[in-house]
Design a protein around this ligand. Structure first.
Ligand SMILES: Nc1ncnc2c1ncn2[C@@H]1O[C@H](COP(=O)(O)OP(=O)(O)OP(=O)(O)O)[C@@H](O)[C@H]1O
Length: 235
């Protein structure tokens, strides 16, 4: 279980996160909504160690992630995607996945099997020997997701997975994300401006506004919350 308790992140005099708390149970999906600049990506950056929190606590299964490097957080079982996918452009798709399995003590056959499974899942297996730079932006997002999933994470942080992805690939992404908690046993923190997808996928939703939690609940609760309608949806 991921627990974030009273997380504060300041940049100089600017408070990006003003004491945010959240709980993400195992094998569930939490959607994180909010207008531009409300602190969603900062939250992901604090969890995966890219940013040092100003104060507050973050634990995964009782282990504190505060002060840990991104690599150490990855070793604790946290995988993360970015708004602009970070893949190794000059490597083949297979090599991109093999890199994530280094130092896991697996045989070449096991690495090949796991890689093939996830490349099939994201429907990129036929391109396995191509360089990652030859993929479209949407396909690179799928490859980045596969690279995280081969490492068998406990928690997956997804930053705008649907942005710039064509509708066909978005449907595939939605299907994969929906299946991830059961198939891998991970939980998912999903940051997206795509309201329909967040409502459809999330077990619980948290809406942020100016670095604070504005509302929390099911899709139905969020959609009918007057504060959310006024502050976020602008209607
Ligand atoms: N490295 C940084 N240095 C200074 N300010 C930052 C930094 N990262 C984020 N911020 C500021 O923190 C606030 C929250 O930004 P953040 O990127 O977390 O918002 P967001 O909700 O993810 O927005 P978007 O939906 O546009 O991605 C913004 O005012 C942003 O300018």
């Amino acid at each position: 279980m991921l627990k974030v308790d009273q997380l504060v992140k300041k940049f100089g005099g600017m408070t990006a996160l003003g004491g945010v708390s959240l709980t993400l149970p195992d094998q569930s999906i939490l959607g994180l909504l909010g207008m531009n600049g409300s602190g969603k990506t900062t939250m992901l950056n604090c969890i995966n160690g890219l940013y040092e929190a100003t104060s507050g606590e973050i634990t995964l299964d009782g282990v504190s992630l505060i002060g840990k490097s991104p690599h150490a957080v990855f070793s604790e079982g946290v995988g993360r995607t970015f708004q602009v996918p970070r893949v190794f452009h000059q490597m083949s798709l297979l090599e991109n996945l093999s890199v994530a399995l280094l130092n896991k003590g697996l045989s070449n056959a096991e690495v090949a099997e796991i890689s093939a499974h996830w490349l099939n899942k994201v429907e990129l297996y036929r391109l396995r020997h191509n360089y990652a730079e030859e993929l479209s932006g949407g396909q690179q997002k799928l490859l980045e997701l596969a690279r995280i999933m081969v490492a068998n994470p406990k928690l997956v942080l997804l930053d705008e997975p649907f942005a710039g992805v064509n509708p066909g690939l978005a449907l595939l992404l939605i299907r994969i994300i929906r299946e991830m908690p059961k198939e891998v046993g991970c939980s998912v923190l999903l940051v997206s401006h795509d309201l329909t997808s967040v409502y459809e996928l999330s077990d619980n939703i948290l809406v942020m506004h100016e670095g604070k939690v504005l509302a929390e609940g099911s899709a139905e609760v969020i959609q009918s919350n007057p504060d959310v309608i006024e502050a976020y949806l602008g209607a």
